[in-house]
Design a protein around this ligand. Sequence first.
Ligand code: CTP
Length: 131
Amino acid sequence: MIKVITYGTFDTLHYGHILLLQRARALGDHLTVALSSDDFNATKGKASHFDYATRYALLTELRCVNMIIPEDTWEQKRHDVAAHSIDVFTMGSDWDGRFDFLSDLCRVVYLPRTPRISSTAIKHIHTTQTG
Ligand code: CTP
């Protein structure tokens, strides 16, 4: 079984996320999503619209997602790859090259980002429409 992992906040789950997750899953047979915790987002200066429990609940509804673990630190990736016997680490192309340091442990793949959609854009539309 080929095991794949990806990381992210996945706030206001949108079709760019779903296309990323489908392509990530297609790189193997089993997809783990490391979902950024609310505390980790706070350390990044990022506040999600939906909290961890809600973002988790939405991801569990997707057929392409097999397992969800929390992402609490930047440094946990090497540990996760080893602990979950990961074969492929993947992220969208906005992270191009940033995780090449994992390539001694597993394959590292950057998938093209879907244009013209982001959590930031959705939150901006929501804010401008609701005031
Ligand atoms: N992603 C993608 N295409 C998009 C948006 C996101 O492929 N249009 C990917 C990212 O590259 C990342 C994953 O989805 O691998 C999770 O991204 P995340 O940062 O949670 O989503 P964004 O919509 O980019 O959020 P933000 O606007 O807060 O940066």
